[in-house]
Design a protein. Structure first.
Length: 264
């Protein structure tokens, strides 16, 4: 028997299920994201698992050690994969930044939320187009329920720390879409001034000279976890890395300059 359910009701049921179980560690290699559930005493007592969801931008499935890379070194991700579950036959709902995020946050396919691509659908050289571009939107409509809004009634405090790419607060940014905390998330799809201070990010105050964006976002995430360790929390950590511009700290560049290349 086919069961039809309104999307809002479905999200509420998903939240109810999440309230009753402690999530085990798992990682999604093919989609470049990982989620971790906490089994801390506080979470167990409350029967509300703490959730950390890491979303990596533009990471190739072969760019990690546990998937066979012989060049890139990813020991921490490899450890998570060894202790969790790896999906090797998974597909994203979209092939690039903004639409993939819109699908992830909303649980909807592109034709429902209208975010089909980045910017305009008529991007690229017109002579190579085989189809008439469909009208595109670059924001996630605030009427759409996100997973941050879905779990809020269960008592969760939530944070989006990193890239958003679906509009600006107060209406279309993370706070407008149900998150309690927004760090560095706005309409831009990549660091406007690069990965080092100054960031030129309206949602992120510059740190000391030489600070690296990926380190800063990680520190912000750790601070959020520490601040909210005694209550159920949901952390959405969509790093800007490894999206262009490709920039690394000098010591890491020197390390890989000395390392032989590999097809793996």
């Amino acid at each position: 028997m086919e069961i039809l359910m309104k999307r809002r009701e479905f999200l509420k049921k998903c939240a109810a299920v999440a309230n009753g179980f402690v999530l085990s560690h798992f990682a999604f290699a093919a989609t470049g994201c990982a989620a971790f559930g906490s089994s801390s005493k506080a979470a167990l007592d409350q029967k509300h698992p703490n959730i950390v969801f890491v979303f990596i931008d533009d990471m190739g499935w072969r760019d990690v050690g546990f998937m066979g890379s012989q060049y890139y070194e990813t020991p921490n991700i490899d450890k998570l994969a060894a202790k969790g579950m790896v999906f090797t036959n998974a597909y994203s709902n979209a092939p690039n930044c903004a639409p993939a995020r819109a699908c992830l946050l909303s649980g909807q396919y592109g034709p429902r939320h209208g975010v089909y691509t980045v910017g305009t659908s008529s991007r690229g050289r017109s002579k190579f187009r085989k189809l008439v571009p469909i009208e595109n939107t670059t924001i996630l409509d605030s009427k759409i329920v996100t997973f941050a809004e879905a779990i809020k009634p269960a008592g969760y405090v939530s944070a989006s720390i990193g890239k958003w790419h679906l509009g600006d607060d107060p209406q279309f940014g993370p706070v407008g879409q149900g998150f309690d905390v927004n760090v560095a998330g706005y309409s831009a799809g990549h660091p406007q001034k690069g990965y080092f201070v100054p960031y030129n990010n309206p949602e992120l105050q510059d740190g000391p000279q030489g600070e690296y964006l990926t380190d800063r976002l990680t520190d912000e995430a750790l601070n959020f976890i520490e601040t909210n360790k005694d209550r159920p929390f949901f952390l959405y950590l969509p790093h800007y890395a490894v999206h262009t511009p490709l920039q690394a700290k000098s010591e890491l560049i020197k390390k890989y300059e000395k390392k032989p290349g590999s097809n793996g």
